[in-house]
Design a protein around this ligand. Structure first.
Ligand code: ATP
Ligand code: MG
Length: 553
């Protein structure tokens, strides 16, 4: 997929070195989502990294669902995640795995640790375990159950599996070091009792492995060579390494990188779920959400997301990327690919009093820089609409659009002059009466007339009115996670629904198709609400970064 030279980063360097030094002879990575929510742009960074490395080193990348928590996980999310990955352009081939497929193997590993005297059943209540764990400055205290015999531990652990105990009655803990400077090494819990049905294994199990016991061992079972995760797992690495070493199994290497943080948004699945359940947005695929389904519906091309992930790079320091960086890649991509159309969001009627015919077929290029994208015809009629902001009754000198007695060029049309301004009783301008220069028709006029302003327009008799949703940032606070309650940062004006005038061609827009409405922005036909012949448009992104302007004022 990546035609260009891959961008270098420290992980790539580690892998190159591993291959050169013969520490590894193949590259196997994995993307390990927990199926408890939809994927967001942060996940895209991890996906592009893991699949990208596998591709560049001719290895493979597994899609593994980390489904060890039966309470929050659902099949709906599994299917949605697969869909998102395909949409982004990645393919896991036959390498689709579920951590839950390893439950029996993981259980056997746990017995092995018990037999080696490296794990024990602890019968302290969860609060007590937490209390005895100590703090960063104080060592923990050993559990009174730490010295149980191997036989007793095996017997209790088997009974845990058989369902003889209630939730929370016992746990299995690794026997490492309660005085370790690393809290994760203070006899971490490996298994807990949970009488809950699992989305794949049903009621087969009532004990479930903890993340730390499942993740590394799953990597090992699959032969993952480089297990790439976000920085918060750096403190878990000693445990990861300890487990594969004690179990004497294939040892993958865990490498941490900085997660993606994006301004003006939240990325925690818990908060995103809250936005959905509280109906602050219309769903996980609301076009304002940082989810991949949301961005797809908004009209972000997958190439733009991959390009964004490439540009932001992979590092070790936590940082926040400004949302405008993502919006810029979307703009750049759409500028290349989106056909041009004419649409008016805030209409003002214009009557062309001397148009020689009722209707003139004008020809308009679909893309000014790409003649290969062809042309379309655009009907110019006596009544048209223009953007209200393209007229001023008392314009300043530098206003090159319409004003009384002034001339302007209609894009792909002709030059018109404003002869008369029609107002209603309250003095509001309701129509402009204009005359056209009949010598000036044509998409690339060579009439030699120097007219500074060109404006867009739509025929009021041949064009159509369609719903358009103007989306803006969901949060007006740059870092909503910092607020006491992230809801306080919600932008009350993140969605404005209007009716816009569009040229007739736009009625043929297919769901998901993106266009540049000339001089207005990029818009995409909504994938859920558009029907053949009646599109609903979402504003994908404005033509320029309007937020930068606000901040520089
Ligand atoms: P949350 O903390 O909101 O529950 P998560 O990180 O637990 O999200 P997972 O489904 O476990 O979500 O994530 C799958 C993979 O995506 C993990 O390897 C994780 O490190 C990575 N990932 C998640 N969020 C980001 C992010 N913001 N930037 C980069 N990688 C991320
Ligand atoms: Mg996680």
């Amino acid at each position: 997929m990546s035609q260009q030279e891959p961008t270098s980063n420290f992980i790539r360097n580690i892998i190159e070195d591993d291959l050169e030094q013969g520490r590894r002879d193949a590259v196997v990575t994995r993307f390990p989502p927990e199926p408890n929510g939809y994927l967001h742009i942060g996940h895209a960074k991890s996906i592009c990294l893991n699949f990208g490395l596998a591709e560049d080193f001719k290895g493979r990348c597994h899609l593994r669902f980390d489904d060890t928590n039966p309470v929050k996980e659902e099949d709906e999310y599994v299917e949605a995640i697969k869909d998102d990955l395909r949409w982004l352009g990645f393919d896991w081939g036959e390498h689709l795995y579920f951590a839950s497929n390893y439950f029996e193997q993981l259980y056997q590993y746990a017995e092995k640790l018990i037999e080696k005297g490296k794990a024990y059943v602890c019968s302290l209540p969860p609060e007590k375990i937490r209390e005895l764990r100590g703090t960063l400055t104080e060592p923990g205290q050993e559990s009174p159950y730490r010295e149980r015999s191997i036989e007793e531990n095996l017997d209790l652990f088997r009974k845990m599996r058989e369902g003889e105990f209630a939730d929370g009655e016992h746990v299995l803990r690794a026997k490492i070091d309660m005085a370790s400077g690393n809290l994760n090494m203070r006899d971490p819990v490996l298994y807990r009792i949970l009488h809950a049905a699992h989305h794949r294994t049903g009621d087969s199990w009532c004990i479930y492995p903890m993340y730390d016991f499942a993740h590394g061992q799953s990597d090992s079972i699959e032969g993952v060579t480089h297990s790439i995760c976000t920085l918060e797992f750096a403190d878990h690495r000693p445990l990861y390494d300890w487990l594969v070493q004690e179990l004497e199994i294939f040892a993958p290497q865990q490498i941490e990188f900085a997660r993606l943080n994006l301004s003006y948004t939240v990325m925690s699945k818990r908060k995103l779920l809250q936005l959905v359940t509280e109906k602050r947005v219309s769903g996980w695929d609301d076009p304002r959400m940082p989810t991949l389904v949301g961005m797809r519906r908004r009209g972000y091309p997958p190439e733009a997301i991959r390009d964004f992930c490439d540009r932001i790079g992979v590092g070790k320091a936590d940082s926040r990327i400004d949302l405008s960086v993502l919006e810029d890649t979307v703009r750049e991509q759409l500028n290349e690919s989106a056909p041009r159309r004419q649409a008016v969001l805030d209409p003002l009627k214009v009557i062309i009093t001397n148009l020689p015919q009722d209707e003139i077929e004008c020809s308009a290029a679909n893309h000014p820089q790409k003649p290969e994208l062809g042309k379309r015809s655009l009907p110019l009629t006596r009544e048209i609409v223009i953007e209200r902001s393209d007229f001023m009754e008392d314009p300043p000198k530098k206003f090159f659009r319409l004003g009384p007695g002034r001339e302007v060029r209609l894009r792909n049309g002709c030059i018109i002059r404003c002869d008369e301004v029609e107002k209603n009783e309250t003095g509001e301008v309701i129509a402009l009466h204009c005359s056209c220069d009949p010598e000036t028709f044509g998409a690339n006029p060579k009439d030699g007339r120097k007219i500074k302003g060109t404006i867009h327009w739509v025929s009021a008799t041949r064009g159509a009115q369609v719903p358009v949703r103007l989306y803006d940032r969901l949060f007006c606070d740059e870092n909503p996670d910092k607020l006491e309650d992230f809801h306080q940062g919600i932008n009350p004006e993140s969605l404005q629904e209007i009716t816009a005038w569009v040229e007739p061609q736009l009625l043929k827009a297919e769901a998901g198709e993106a266009f540049q409405f000339e001089r207005v922005g990029y818009f995409t036909a909504d994938g859920n609400d558009s029907t053949p012949g009646s599109p609903v448009f979402n504003r994908t992104v404005t033509l320029r970064d309007t937020w930068a302007k606000v901040q520089n004022k």
